[in-house]
Design a protein around this ligand. Sequence first.
Ligand SMILES: NC(=O)c1ccc[n+]([C@@H]2O[C@H](COP(=O)([O-])OP(=O)(O)OC[C@H]3O[C@@H](n4cnc5c(N)ncnc54)[C@H](OP(=O)(O)O)[C@@H]3O)[C@@H](O)[C@H]2O)c1
Length: 335
Amino acid sequence: MEYANYIAHCLEIARRGEYYVAPNPMVGAVLVDAGGTILAEGWHEKYGEAHAEVNCFRHFEVSKSRDLDLATCTLFVSLEPCSHYGKTPPCAKLIIEKGVGRVVVGMLDPNPLVAGKGVQMLRDAGIEVIIGVLEEQCRELNKRFLCLHENHRPYVILKWAQTSDGFIDIKRTSGSPIKISTPKTKEIVHRMRAENMAIMVGTNTVLLDNPRLLNTHWEGRNPIRVTVDRYNRIPSNARILSDESKTIVYRNRTDWPYILTDLASRNIHSILVEGGTTLLNHILATRLWDEIHVEVAPELTIGDGVPAPAIDLPATYETVDGHLLFTKLNNFAKK
Ligand SMILES: NC(=O)c1ccc[n+]([C@@H]2O[C@H](COP(=O)([O-])OP(=O)(O)OC[C@H]3O[C@@H](n4cnc5c(N)ncnc54)[C@H](OP(=O)(O)O)[C@@H]3O)[C@@H](O)[C@H]2O)c1
């Protein structure tokens, strides 16, 4: 039996919960018989609802194999089964009750409420447990959840769009921003908004652009909006304060380490920072970020404007609608 193939399948089905489970991790589970046939599968579909293992057993119980003795079967799960009573009862307890013979776990859960206790419960019950299959892929899938529990801060993604001569906007005190994105790159940004729990811009961007910061072009939830307002410059009718989503405004302390610590205390596992340059430069100086995504419009030059943050762009990029999309990972961030 090739364990990696089944964990790969768990990761594939786990992704179906992508826009709906935060701040929980995405998890997939498959139940396999002694001959290697998948009997049932399940994934964590929605925050607060059943975990992957529970859904997998539910599907098994209505399948034609439901009378099979599970002692001969293996349960594959991409993340360690939970051992605590949270919104749902412990999955490790359920697995023991079902009498599964062997459990293969992609990676241990760093959440201190679990952290090896799920595996211990299974082993104490005499179940064979194998840990660490496709661990790198399991970590990549849940990098936001892992960052919160291992680094005690949200996963940070910085994103901006710039002209080919390196500006993010014209210099202005009123009027509209220059349009840099295309319909397709705008859709990519909204997907990023759906992937991350929070979104942030600086005070000047709120005042000049009056953005809603919602996810209107992709499935899933709206992110929690975050901004800073040291001198009460943001008017109460600003669109970022609308009741379309929650908003957190930092007033007394607006330094990045403080904001990250506070967001982590609210169980927010990821934040997308969309600008402007002053805020982005402040964050870059702290080195507390994980990814940068830059869109460059190669045909657009404006000669003068608000300069984009000065970073070295990687040599490789993706092309969408003729625009260049660069992704840079932070080698300083503790992983
Ligand atoms: N092309 C793009 O992707 C993109 C995206 C977003 C924005 N923009 C453009 O960017 C321009 C605004 O950028 P900007 O650089 O002037 O302003 P910004 O980054 O949006 O806001 C900066 C202001 O936020 C306040 N602030 C409070 N705490 C801060 C902290 N810890 N770090 C940094 N700032 C803090 C400061 O104002 P106080 O001194 O009043 O506290 C600061 O001047 C607009 O033209 C907007 O259209 C472009």
